[in-house]
Design a protein around this ligand. Structure first.
Ligand code: SF4
Length: 259
């Protein structure tokens, strides 16, 4: 893993994602190395995703200056990185950014795949408006290890969601992207576990074939699931989405879809 310390010019960038006014990404690159990651396409990053992390070392300071002038709005944390990837344990850039955001009580929405977020519960619970979401696309950790190799195990994510909910923090689970022929295995177990973890709601999205991803996914499926080489189309994702919606209803969970 190539780690560099870099300086950033801005901390909060305008966000067009639903529900967010700003995006905050304390790192460029992500050691979680999920096979389906869209971030390199969004950032037009040519370096191999998962092989480097740029640490935006001055971000807390830049953020402190921006917060004096910016209009209050919802800050989406981790839109093109994971703010709680392993290097955060040492550098604490996300934690120091949270300290700044808390001074101005900006609403925050954190999305992660790491239980390290629990370290910052002392700060998170002091915000007036806060949400934490975990991506969980399979109940089977053996599958998860193949396509999100360096993130927290499924069980840890579920335990973290349960702890956040127990501390009164609004939570959500992102079943996205639906991993063709993988997410559908043990789907009811997954929804049942999310219900037990008392997630506030479930968000679902299909796999979107952004620039360069098609080739990567094809290679991934032939290396790990050669038996699953079938064609997928829009109808497939609709069918899985409908199953997720029905299971959420059965287990008393609200479900929203991004497609
Ligand atoms: S955790 Fe998010 S940003 Fe990091 S590799 Fe996975 S999908 Fe990409």
């Amino acid at each position: 893993m190539l780690v560099r310390e870099i300086s950033c010019k801005t901390a909060l960038s305008p966000s067009h994602l639903p529900g967010y006014d700003y995006a905050l990404n304390p790192y460029r690159g992500c050691a979680h190395a999920c096979v389906y990651c869209y971030a390199p396409a969004v950032l037009r990053e040519r370096r191999e995703w998962g092989s480097f992390v740029d640490v935006k070392i001055n971000m807390p300071l830049v953020l402190a200056n921006e917060l004096r002038k910016k209009k209050r709005g919802v800050v989406g944390i981790s839109t093109v990185t994971d703010a709680y990837q392993p290097i955060e344990r040492k550098h604490e850039i996300t934690r120091r950014c949270l300290e700044q955001l808390l001074k101005h009580d900006f609403p925050i929405c954190i999305q992660t795949k790491s239980s390290l977020v629990l370290r910052d519960l002392d700060l998170i619970e002091r915000f007036s408006q806060k949400e934490v979401g975990f991506t969980i696309t399979t109940a089977t950790d053996e599958d998860r290890r193949k396509y999100e190799p360096y993130s927290s195990p499924t069980e840890e994510r579920l335990a973290a969601l349960a702890e956040l909910a127990a501390r009164g923090i609004k939570t959500w689970a992102f079943i996205g992207p639906i991993m063709p022929f993988i997410t559908e295995k043990n789907l009811e177990d997954l929804i049942e576990e999310l219900s037990k973890a008392r997630v506030g709601y479930v968000l679902v999205d299909k796999l979107r074939m952004k620039l360069g991803l098609w080739e990567k996914m094809k290679n991934f499926y032939s290396a790990h699931y050669p038996e699953l080489q079938q064609s997928i189309n829009e109808g497939y994702f609709q069918e899985i989405k409908n199953k997720i919606i029905a299971l959420c209803e059965k287990h008393g969970l609200r479900c929203e879809s991004l497609f």
